[in-house]
Design a binder for this molecule. Structure first.
Ligand SMILES: [Zn+2]
Length: 480
């Protein structure tokens, strides 16, 4: 006999997170006994999907969204409307009512902040994204996740719906998202407003937490693209934090739960991002939502999306995919109870984040920063900034590379490495010159755009010719 009833009873015991870690054997029994029929994916219903399977599910079911920095509040509204319309005829194969939506507040500029509820299980789970308006990756992942739940009923046995109640706030800061800026329209960093709650967005989130008392929360952000992990520095694609609730960083059942969830996320992402998963220092921040929500009794796992190599659209897709796999694996572990088996040291032993990544490093060049300045052998580090501009009603992501550092940059990593050994790298002295041209780097002819900290990242890459000061232009290197 399947111990389904035992498992259901056990999930009531779960209702406070501390009970969660005692139910391993029951959950395992449940998983094993459901192996009697095989799903379309070749997986027995109820079996835990592998990371590769979750990635495949994302590929199959993801929505046709613009790249995440271009997902506006209007796009979120449209997708929620669609889900709402589908949900009227049932959601995830269930009768109507499994998917519910409400407005929990208005942004400073009057945009509605939505709260979507999915499922009716005894374990409320809160997920919110984009409290920083220019941190958009997880909003796309949450929209994809909702579509995935509707279309597939994860697990094939309604266990997400029966055991969890998901409370999803996609895009907490719609005014910031509209401007692609961190702060809300008052100029406040909402994630430093958890104590005073002077922002309507922060008030809405805190009131929702107090109303629901979720057993766990997921606070979803993007981190600086200079964030690195390990040696040599790798891009920190995803960084995790089991959030502290006091200065002493006391470990309690809630923190043990978020550490186990951190371990689940690490294991789910390693097939795609080995060596690119980091951990934040868990210093207590008395103004932040994660910290105060954890202190209020909802332990929070912070998931920060970071840098990833490749063209913007491809990198964005890869990062949304990582977010989806992370969240789906974490929810699956909560719904199946397998989180109890996760080893918290898999989280604790993640390397800590550092800020040692550049977008591009041109290494070992003979660098001439301006005509008349003595050359040196060294590296040029470039970082990029991103903004969204509205061009005649069409939003576009614009990136701009700037020189961040010069000299010995051997301790830094980069998304793009350029080996310029044997080459001379200079400013663009003549915008009209094309590769192959013979150029002269003359003394006493300074340019208005020398290679300097903060300058746009545009360079000539040169090969010396026999005549002193004379070169062949190999490449005009512009980093955007
Ligand atoms: Zn953030």
């Amino acid at each position: 006999m399947c111990p389904g009833l035992v498992a259901t009873a056990a999930f009531h015991y779960y209702r406070r997170a501390m009970a969660m870690l005692t139910n391993v054997s029951v959950s395992l029994g449940l998983v094993v006994c459901m192996a009697s029929s095989i799903s379309a994916q070749g997986r027995p219903p109820g079996a835990t999907p592998t990371p590769a399977e979750l990635s495949g599910e994302w590929q199959r079911h993801r929505l046709a969204l613009p790249m995440s920095p271009l997902v506006t509040h209007e796009v979120v509204a449209r997708e929620l409307d669609r889900l709402d319309a589908r949900a009227r005829n049932g959601f995830a194969g269930r009768p109507a009512g499994v998917f519910r939506r409400e407005v929990i507040g208005q942004s400073v500029e009057g945009r509605p902040i939505w709260h979507v509820t999915i499922g009716s299980g005894p374990m409320p789970v809160l997920l919110w994204s984009q409290m920083h308006g220019d941190e958009a990756t997880a909003t796309s992942a949450l929209l994809d996740l909702m579509a995935y739940i509707d279309r597939t009923d994860p697990g094939g046995d309604h266990r997400w719906l029966d055991r969890l109640t998901l409370h999803i706030v996609p895009m907490l800061n719609p005014d910031g998202a509209e401007r692609f800026q961190r702060r809300n329209a008052q100029g406040i960093d909402i994630n430093r407003d958890a104590a005073r709650v002077q922002t309507p967005e922060g008030r809405a989130l805190m009131a929702l937490r107090d109303r629901l008392s979720p057993v766990v929360g997921f606070n979803l952000h993007n981190q600086n693209w200079r964030t690195s992990v390990g040696r040599p520095p790798q891009p920190a694609a995803i960084s995790l934090l089991s959030v502290a609730y006091d200065e002493a960083r006391t470990e309690n059942d809630g923190r043990r739960l978020t550490k186990r969830l951190g371990a689940v996320v690490r294991d789910a992402l390693e097939p795609f991002a080995a060596g690119r998963i980091g951990r934040y220092d868990d210093e207590f921040e008395p103004r932040a939502f994660g910290d105060l929500v954890t202190r209020a009794g909802t332990p929070v796992l912070l998931i920060e999306t970071g840098p990833w190599p490749g063209p913007d659209e491809q990198a964005d897709r890869d990062l949304v995919r990582l977010n989806f796999v992370a969240l789906a694996a974490a929810l699956e572990a909560l719904a199946s109870g397998t989180v109890a088996q996760a080893d918290p040291t898999r989280y604790e032993r993640l390397p800590e984040n550092e800020q040692r990544l550049m977008h591009t490093i041109i290494r070992n060049a003979r660098v001439v920063v301006d005509a008349g300045v003595a050359p040196f052998v060294g590296d040029i580090g470039v970082v990029t900034s991103r903004r969204v501009v509205d061009q005649g009603g069409t939003r576009t992501l614009v990136t701009q590379g700037r020189v961040e550092d010069l000299g010995d940059l051997s301790v830094y990593g980069a998304l793009v490495e350029v080996d310029a050994r044997g080459r001379t790298v200079t400013p663009v002295f003549d915008p009209a010159a094309v590769p192959g041209a013979r150029v002269v780097v003359a003394r006493g002819r300074p340019t208005r755009t020398p290679i300097a900290l903060g300058a746009p990242a545009a360079f000539w890459v040169l090969e010396p010719l026999e005549e002193a000061g004379s070169y062949r232009l190999v490449e005009v290197l512009t980093i955007k």
